[in-house]
Design a binder for this molecule. Structure first.
Ligand code: KMH
Ligand code: ZN
Length: 303
């Protein structure tokens, strides 16, 4: 039997952390490209991408901001590219779909339910924002709905599936797994499903080991061998969640989108640093990481 390979995804910059929280958060196209290439060289098979306004670091779904870094990453690595359709929770679905619709990537994220997305607790931890929008965006999340209705999900599937794009199904709580099961039963998504269970976002499930076990058990029951399990942990518990999932047969996602930390009280300086730590955990358990082509085969991507 072929040895199991662990897929490392790396989420380079996201839309949640703001530039004043870490001087190492990539913002410009050049910074995003360099950081992504470094993550791929360190062992990430999949690179998950958002773009930002190069002047103030605000999340921005304009495809013109994606084009330059996509070109560089494709030239300099073989990594699977995964474009966000989540954008920022405050954006409309029409806005969020634009990059994936324009570039037809091998993978796009697909958020599997409507939820609160509470970013305001970060106001206690981070201060001294350089740009007005940063604190305002965190504060606004008290009253924010991250809208992913059944119609929204159907629209994303109907638009992107014909392009050959497959999905990283972002499941922040148990109900999102049941939503995905509903789409599977209707034939709108097909196996192998790449399920990213997301832990530690206020509005979703927590990041206690019981939470991780509960999501895995539920996914096992609903999807059996029709899925590939991956985990991401938001914030400081990122690497303990990597360790737990890797030891239970899972794939892992790291990156500055999900956590800014490189160790207790220490900011990670690069995405590659987090990939290297995840790789060390995985290889330290006697497991092997997947190359981009192995990830393509495991997830049945178009290549
Ligand atoms: N920010 C993450 C928790 C997306 O881009 O679609 C989830 C995410 C959303 O990656
Ligand atoms: Zn994302």
């Amino acid at each position: 039997m072929a040895k199991r390979k662990v897929i490392i995804s790396c989420a380079i910059t996201g839309a949640i952390h703001t530039p004043s929280m870490s001087p190492y958060l990539p913002v410009t196209a050049q910074e995003i490209a360099e950081s992504a290439v470094g993550a791929a060289e360190a062992g990430a098979a999949i690179i998950h991408l958002h773009a930002r306004n190069p002047v103030d670091g605000r999340p921005d779904q304009n495809p013109d901001l994606f084009a330059p870094f996509l070109q560089i990453i494709k030239q300099r690595s073989d990594a699977v590219l995964n474009l966000t359709t989540g954008g920022h929770p405050s954006m409309s679905v029409q806005e969020r779909i634009r990059p994936a619709q324009t570039f037809a990537p091998e993978v796009a994220s697909l958020n599997m339910g409507t939820m609160g997305f509470g970013l305001f607790p970060m106001l206690d931890r981070f201060k001294d924002f350089k740009h007005d929008w940063e604190a305002a965006a965190l504060e606004a999340s008290r009253d924010l709905v991250f809208k992913n209705t059944y119609a929204d999900i159907e629209h994303l599937l109907a638009t992107l599936s014909p392009l050959g794009t497959r999905f990283e199904f972002e499941c922040y709580d148990t109900s999102h797994l049941y939503n995905l099961k509903y789409f599977l039963d209707r034939g709108l998504v097909k196996a192998p499903l790449f399920i990213q269970t997301c832990f530690g976002i206020l509005g979703g499930i927590g990041s206690h080991p019981d939470d991780i076990m509960h999501m895995k058990r539920t996914a096992d029951r609903l999807f059996g061998d029709q899925y590939q399990w991956s985990v991401l942990g938001a914030g400081a518990r990122q690497m303990s969640i990597v360790a737990m999932a890797a030891s239970m047969g899972g794939n892992v996602r790291v990156g500055l989108e999900d956590s800014l930390w490189g160790g207790p009280g220490r900011l990670a300086r690069t995405n590659a640093e987090q990939v290297a730590t995840a790789r060390q955990i995985i290889e330290g358990m006697g497991l092997e990481i997947a190359t981009p082509d192995e990830a393509r085969a495991i997830l049945d991507l178009k290549g």
